[in-house]
Design a protein around this ligand. Structure first.
Ligand code: ATP
Ligand code: MG
Length: 143
């Protein structure tokens, strides 16, 4: 399998619940290395743009309001099959449908307030990483 990079976000509810360490531990335990990370508060405009693909959905306004309600922790994860691996660690969008032991099953309270974001494919991963980081922000790690 190829070494890939993916974008992960710990959403405002994950920060509020003090889950940064727990979530980083799960990534590192699964050999997903954190090669860039920063904490920030998304502006309305950034959140609108980041979730632009969902602009026609009924939950769009609520989603943007949730994502701007507090700080988020944005990271680039690197590892073999990182995109799919991160999606497996996160679990299904709706915590009621997420497998036990996944982040969303263990900690999320609803389909909206679901603790983490992860890129869903190679193209979105590249685009989302570029949205937050320049190439110089990403640290090379020993193999
Ligand atoms: P993410 O893109 O955040 O990693 P995802 O790929 O599992 O999540 P998407 O379908 O891309 O799910 O939805 C983006 C986000 O919008 C979800 O993570 C969730 O916060 C919110 N969302 C999705 N579906 C609903 C819904 N039916 N009602 C309310 N919020 C929703
Ligand atoms: Mg998505």
């Amino acid at each position: 399998m190829n070494v890939e990079r993916t974008l992960s976000i710990i959403k405002p509810d994950g920060i509020e619940k003090d889950l940064i360490g727990e979530i980083f531990r799960r990534f590192e335990g699964a050999k997903l290395r954190i090669v860039a990370a920063k904490m920030l508060k998304l502006s309305q405009e950034q959140a609108n743009q980041f979730y632009f693909v969902h602009r026609e959905k009924s939950f769009y306004a609520d989603l943007v309001s949730y994502m701007t309600s507090g700080p988020v922790m944005v990271q680039v994860l690197e590892g073999e099959g990182a995109i799919e691996k991160n999606r497996l660690i996160m679990g299904a969008t709706d915590p009621a449908e997420a497998d036990p032991g996944t982040i969303r099953s263990d900690f999320a309270e609803s389909i909206e307030r679901n603790i983490v974001h992860g890129s869903d494919g190679p193209l979105t991963a590249a685009e989302e990483i570029r949205f937050f980081f320049s190439e110089e922000d990403i640290c090379l790690r020993r193999p």
